[in-house]
Design a protein around this ligand. Structure first.
Ligand code: HEC
Length: 261
């Protein structure tokens, strides 16, 4: 017998009951993939203590983020160069204070002209207002309102996920996701779609999962690997979705007529 890539078992030749069952299971797996995407967003969105899901959330979770408040960093490195020393000292002292008190003292009436809001209005808004124009302006970094200032005032010290939890999470994710992907992958090999297409998507899915999970551990030592997690995770999620759709479509379409030998 000549070697062939084709398995004698084909999804489209199964009874409609069997196909119905497979459709339900694949739909459930597809729903699971979508749910894990939503969970990921909600769970990690604020991981870097800034709203919105960015690469920093991934870095914060797997590597941790320690960053000085941009406002403090700018003042300490001597920006702006024409700020008088006393005002610089006042602003730095205010920023170093307990972060929960920053908003109360920001425009404190007791401090009068020495309140941070007043110093900023006088010394910074020439360049840092949304309407600032002219030489050396920074209208894209506004400091007009408390919300503007607050976003640049908080220092971050985000600790990464503990190793024990990372290990437990790797264990459940690796075994669970690999098992379901192997099952869907095998089903996709029993479809009518061209072997190259199925093979390509399978490669994407498998390498994606390996890169994603491997990235968790690599990012622990080097935050640049966060991009590997995102790329791998997207490849895996996209691959799983494509494989599932190929299986579902194959199940729904009528069986192709056998080819003349
Ligand atoms: C003469 C114009 C000018 C004045 C006055 C000025 N800035 Fe800026 N500022 C800039 C420009 C331009 C940038 C963007 C380039 C840079 O980072 O140096 C900037 C950047 C910044 C940044 C962002 C730095 C970063 O690392 O992202 C902060 C924070 C900042 N300024 C705070 C202040 C504060 C506080 C004051 C007042 C005490 C002030 N600036 C006064 C022009 C100004």
């Amino acid at each position: 017998m000549a070697f062939t890539n084709e398995h004698p078992l084909r999804l489209c030749n199964l009874s409609w009951l069997a196909r119905l069952g497979i459709a339900g299971l694949v739909l459930a797996a597809l729903g699971g993939t979508a749910a894990s995407g939503i969970y990921l967003y909600l769970h990690h969105e604020n991981r870097d203590e800034r709203p919105g899901m960015t690469i920093d959330d991934v870095k914060a979770h797997y590597h941790g983020i320690v960053a000085e408040a941009p406002l403090l960093a700018a003042l300490e490195r001597g920006h702006p160069d024409d700020l008088n020393a006393d005002d610089r000292e006042r602003l730095i002292e205010w920023l170093r204070d307990d972060s929960s008190r920053l908003s109360q003292t920001f425009d404190s009436l007791d401090l009068g002209a020495f309140a941070p809001a007043e110093i900023i209005a006088v010394s910074c808004l020439g360049c840092h207002a949304r309407t600032s124009t002219g030489d050396g302006e920074a209208a894209d970094i506004p400091l007009e309102y408390w919300d503007d200032v607050e976003a640049l005032s908080v220092s971050r010290d985000v600790q990464p996920v503990p190793v024990l939890i990372l290990a437990a999470s790797t264990h459940t994710h690796a075994l669970g996701l690999a098992s379901i992907a192997i099952a869907i992958g095998l089903l996709s090999l029993l479809t009518r779609w061209p072997r190259v297409v199925v093979g390509l998507v399978l490669a994407l899915t498998g390498l994606g999962l390996a890169a994603d999970l491997g990235g968790w551990w690599l990012t622990r030592t080097n935050p640049a690997f966060a991009y590997m997690i995102v790329a791998g995770g997207s490849a895996f999620g996209g691959g799983m979705t494509l494989l599932s759709l190929m299986v579902l479509l194959d199940i729904c379409l009528p069986a192709p007529r056998p080819q003349a030998k």
